[in-house]
Design a protein around this ligand. Sequence first.
Ligand code: PEP
Ligand code: MN
Length: 348
Amino acid sequence: MLVMMKAHATAEEIQGVCRKIEELGYRAHPIPGSMRTAIGITGNRGPVEASSLESLPGVAECVPVSKPYKLVSRELREDATVVDLGDGVVVGGRELAVIAGPCAVESREQAFAIAGAVRAAGAKLFRGGAFKPRTSPYSFQGLGEEGLRILAEVRDEFGLKIVTEAVDGESLELVERYADVIQIGARNMQNFSLLKLAGRSARPVLLKRGIAATLDEFLMAAEYILAEGNYRVILCERGVRTFADHTRNTLDLSVIPAVQSLSHLPILVDPSHGTGRREKVVPLSRAAVAVGADGLIVEVHHRPDEALSDGSQSILPDQLDRLMAEIRQIAALLGREVPGGGPRPDHS
Ligand code: PEP
Ligand code: MN
């Protein structure tokens, strides 16, 4: 059930309702909106008795939630959530978020070379795995904490926000310490203990859709994170497994408007894992922006033939420049902006 507060409810009234919910043995999640605050209730096994809350000061109405998820739902929050990463970097706002960088951090030199290109292209967020979930145990598994140290240097040197994956509780603690956004990968979308840990983190979370996850399963995975009190969740469509064999995965762009009608959370698209082929990344990026995604996460490598992972789907720095220029034109049609529209910085 949701408790909808009146538009002019005071902070004390909101606190009073939260206190009552906690007294009943549940957890209260006050979510401010532009018009009014809604309070989500979790921890109840059956329906919550509305009469004990409806009469409290400041309460407009109590409404049952029709979906299995509550906190991620548009029913709780009509406005789109904007995840603020600080320093003017937001995900879900008018400006599209572009996260770019290598699949994996391979060395300081590699990360710095790519970060220079990412910044020059105008993107504000840098990606790069230090802990890699690989299909084969014999493939490169990432540099671990050393990779995180390199990412922290990238942030200091280039002013880019860092997005990197945690694969278990141990790596999550480290990622929290070094990065700005914790990525939870497709393979871990239903790792419920990891989701709960991420839900207790102070860092925002980028949650990727599982390779065979339905929309409900995807939103329920996000719900695990919000239920623990972390409301800064960014969703990401990265392709699902189908019979198609012309791409690595089938990028399900139709999920973007579907998510947006059901949830207030921002959603990005990963055209790199979504196609697995370099030449398809720019076209699918254009499509993702056209369909209304809040941004992109793209793999970039300055020497993709030598990449230790996912070289064949990594675009070159000049392709990233082209991608930014092309999505800028599409974004403008939709009243959105792409960062880095000014004159190109000189990195020669
Ligand atoms: C990644 O972004 O590097 C990655 C492993 O993605 P996914 O979890 O979507 O496969
Ligand atoms: Mn990858």
